[in-house]
Design a protein around this ligand. Sequence first.
Ligand code: UFG
Length: 342
Amino acid sequence: MNKQILVTGGTGYIGSHTVVELQNEGFDVIIVDDLSNSSIEVLDAIEKITGKRPAFERFNLADREKTGAFFENHQNIDAIIHFAAFKAVGESVEKPLEYYRNNLVSLMNLLENMKKHQVPNMVFSSSCTVYGQPELLPVTESTPRKPAESPYGNTKAVSEDIMRDFSNANENINCIALRYFNPIGAHPSALIGELPVGIPNNLVPFITQTAAGLRDELKIFGDDYDTPDGTAVRDYINVVDLAKAHVVAINRLLKTKQKAAYEYFNVGTGNGYSVMQLVKTFIEVNGVDLKYQIVGRRAGDIEKIWADTTYANKELGWEAEKTLEETLESAWAWEKNVRNIK
Ligand code: UFG
């Protein structure tokens, strides 16, 4: 029988790409999502890509009763990949309690049901935000965590601690946190991708929406950083490569290859690109015009970060494969598909 994976937030950006890769690898998937930041049509797209429609239930996992009832009704779950969370950094500063309640309570509800219903494995979406601005680059897994810059970032750090403590306290529970760097791009089919509600906060969706004519111009936040061209540097990882890292982590848990009950890995490419380099590459590979203007720094932004991927490459046997060029092509192909641009 196929292994069954519960993917929370499975209609979201990274979740939907991960569901595709899981189904391609022969896993059965059940998605739980409250659709607060995604749309039900994603299920059609996943079905079109993989030939299989994942099971789906709509509710918020911070609801303890509904989460309990879900596990009562689904006794055959082998592992959970937990994406469902609020993720807007700026909004989390305005609404800290909503972020703490939603992101932490949903995790705790899942963990208590893992124990109750003998679901031994969880992969969690963490973030390089837990490193803050590191003193030394690239960032390894032994780079110390820093106090979070935002309530959102803090929910990732605290979630990691909760998982560590819970898996240490419960012999049969194992968790892997994947610390993502900056996920960008879309599935090569252009049938799924990132579709933010309202004005995008993140760089690549803002670029693609500007190129599509939805926004007047891109504002580049700061060119006075201590980087080669003065703009901030990030490690941009293709979302399909990132999705595949989840499948690898799931297999590691199912085959009990982990070295400790709680593990964490950096998931990046190992390359840092500046905002300006990314903008120029986007224009070049896609042959589009993009109006941009340099403005002041954005509050809370760090200057530069990129991953040392040695540990993930070696321990997981996983490596990012796609180039920045093909990733930015995929981002534009997706935006064009969404906006019906030829
Ligand atoms: N940027 C612009 N203009 C924009 C949007 C972004 O110049 O319109 C710049 C940012 O200033 C930053 C870079 O592009 O230098 C990347 O910005 P993103 O918003 O795409 O990504 P961040 O690195 O700021 O955010 C990521 C994750 C968050 C995480 C955060 C921690 O998306 O989940 O890192 O720093 F919390």
